[in-house]
Design a protein around this ligand. Structure first.
Ligand code: ADP
Ligand code: MG
Length: 558
């Protein structure tokens, strides 16, 4: 028997598609604007090879018009338009993408920005409209056609009048129902916000008439309303520009415009990668800790764009938790998008980008540490705790990334120092990296346990954060030097007073036994200390877990 083609219940298929692909209705506008942009792009590419065609930027734009009274929303473009066949093929066949075909035919030319590929975006209009009318006149054609549809029932195409080349799509916006609001898609401010959100970096102007009010001429308190055509989108994605063209101010403005934060960014990172996976990114290290940063509500992530169109507002897979404070965006034309263009089909490219970004952030922080110490310390005071958590989490699998970025307060320098700085000035005979744990620098300063180590002239790192000791337990060592708490039983320091202690031990045996009896369960042992100089007594830990760690652990909820 001959092979048979699958049949499809196209009515049901369309209904399913319209109502189940997209998570948010507002996406319809992103889809229609993307199509309009593709249509203009096609003229642009044609003009590159066709001498008869000139592409003067001013005549190419997208216009959005809302007519509240009649519930009509119109999206028009001066793009390449569609012939009768195009309307039939592209808007009459589900999953047929004229744009994908165009891209394939013109593969040789580079700089492709054409967005369409799945042949379903157009139908998203039916999420918000009862009826869609498309009037189009194709480039090089004398005739115009009108395509009309109420959705699942099918469509019709008739000849009509249209003066200029391009496409005009009119949506009859649905009436509000009890559970769903549609009026908002006729509100100019709402529309403006949707355009800004998803289509800000469409390369052609998206124009809309906006009403505002102004002081009446000659009057001091009377206002009048007036409408004025505005270009809503910023058009030129700053990440596509050359770094040399951009000033510090441009980056700061972008940070503020995108509301990545209300502070001034401490540092920006502009990345352009043109390898197997192409992407551009602008990342920021904020100056201040966001108010919800150390809470459960905080969501890390970068904005993800595909060819300038917003796909995801917070793509968390792009950042490891310990760099969760980084803000910014990534744009790539190489993502394999899911049909809704809201999620990714495959995360191979994303993983590559994430890995790349991670090492760039690391390098940037290292250079900040090396060249702009003050700024780095500012950064570290804000986000250092997160880095230490990073060392501790995942069993220290990323310790290589982080060990050179963490800092601790030093007894010698009286300021933050890195492990590298500590180790590089260790005296020959010093075996360990010493640290002392306590609530505050002041408290640690007064710890009797630090006396012997300090007297030896060894530097001590002050651990004042709960996470500190846990983090270095994960690190285990740095440049082959192990960490040692000043309150651990064996400090690894040769003692001349060894003999003396021994005899003291014998002499005071009775006293120590008595003390132990009185203290009962509270201590394991009472003995003469080798480390005390001016203090009469101190507590030390016997095992691996220090007294401070024990405190943290016992304070944790079970
Ligand atoms: P996609 O954009 O993924 O190809 P759509 O369903 O959004 O899928 O659009 C289907 C096709 O219809 C497009 O590929 C394009 O050929 C055509 N099309 C849609 N809108 C326009 C437009 N405004 N101007 C010209 N062609 C258009
Ligand atoms: Mg499309």
């Amino acid at each position: 028997m001959a092979k048979k083609q699958f049949k499809a219940e196209s009515k049901r298929l369309l209904e399913m598609m319209i109502n189940s692909i997209y998570s948010q209705k507002e996406i319809f506008l992103r889809e229609l604007i993307s199509n309009a942009s593709d249509a203009i792009d096609k003229i642009y590419y044609k003009a590159l090879t066709d001498e008869a065609l000139t592409f003067d930027k001013d005549s190419y734009y997208i216009k959005i018009e809302a007519d509240k009274e009649n519930r009509l929303l119109k999206i028009s473009d001066t793009g390449i338009g569609m012939t009768k066949e195009d309307l039939e093929n592209n808007l009459g066949t589900i999953a047929k993408s004229g744009s994908l075909a165009f891209k394939n035919e013109n593969e040789a030319k580079d700089g492709h920005d054409i967005i369409g590929q799945f042949g379903v975006g157009f139908y998203s209009a039916f999420m918000v409209a009862d009826e869609v009318t498309v009037i189009s006149k194709a480039l090089g054609s004398e005739e115009a056609y009108k395509w009309e549809s109420k959705g699942a029932d099918g469509y019709k195409i008739d000849p009509c009048e249209k003066e200029s080349v391009g496409t005009e799509i009119t949506l009859k916006i649905k009436e509000n129902t009890e559970d769903e609001q549609f009026d908002e898609y006729l509100d100019e401010y709402r529309l403006k916000a949707i355009i800004k959100k998803y289509s800000d970096f469409i390369r052609y102007p998206i124009k809309m008439d906006m009403t505002s009010s102004r002081l009446k001429e000659g009057s001091e308190n009377e206002y009048e309303e007036f409408t004025e055509e505005q270009t809503i989108n910023s058009m030129v994605p700053i990440w596509r520009k050359n770094k040399s063209e951009l000033t510090e101010e441009d980056y700061e403005n972008f940070y503020q415009e995108k509301r990545y934060g209300f502070d001034k960014p401490l540092k920006h990172i502009h990345i352009k990668v043109d390898g197997t996976v192409r992407y551009n990114a602008i990342l920021y290290i904020p100056e201040n800790v966001p108010f919800d940063y150390y809470s459960k509500e905080f969501e890390k992530g970068l904005e993800l764009y595909s060819s300038g169109v917003l796909i995801m507002e917070k793509c968390s897979d792009l950042l490891p938790d310990y760099f969760g404070f980084v803000k910014g965006m990534v744009d790539s034309e190489d993502l394999s998008l899911n049909i809704s263009r809201e999620i990714l089909q495959q995360d191979k490219q994303l993983k590559f980008i994430a890995k790349n970004i991670k090492s760039k952030i690391k390098r940037e922080l290292e250079s900040l540490l090396k060249n702009e110490r003050e700024k780095y310390e500012k950064f570290y005071n804000a986000f250092g705790r997160q880095l230490k958590f990073g060392v501790y989490n995942d069993f220290g699998q990323d310790k290589e990334v982080l060990q050179d970025l963490i800092m601790f307060y030093s007894s010698k320098e009286k300021k933050l120092v890195t492990l590298d700085e500590y180790v590089s000035r260790m005296p020959e005979d010093q075996k360990y990296i010493y640290y002392a744990t306590g609530e505050s620098i002041d408290r640690i300063d007064k710890l009797p346990q630090t006396e012997l180590v300090s007297e030896k002239g060894y530097e001590i790192l002050y651990f004042t954060d709960d996470v500190d000791e846990f983090a270095i337990k994960m690190l285990m060592n740095y440049k082959e030097k192990e960490f040692k708490s000043v309150s651990s039983g064996d400090l690894g320091i040769e003692e001349e007073s060894e003999k003396q202690t021994e005899s003291e031990e014998k002499e005071s045996k009775e006293l120590f036994d008595y003390m132990k009896e009185v203290l009962g369960d509270k201590v394991k042992n009472v003995r003469a200390s080798k480390r005390l100089k001016s203090h009469p007594v101190c507590l030390t830990a016997e095992g691996e877990v220090s007294i401070e760690m024990e405190k943290v652990l016992s304070a944790m909820p079970n």
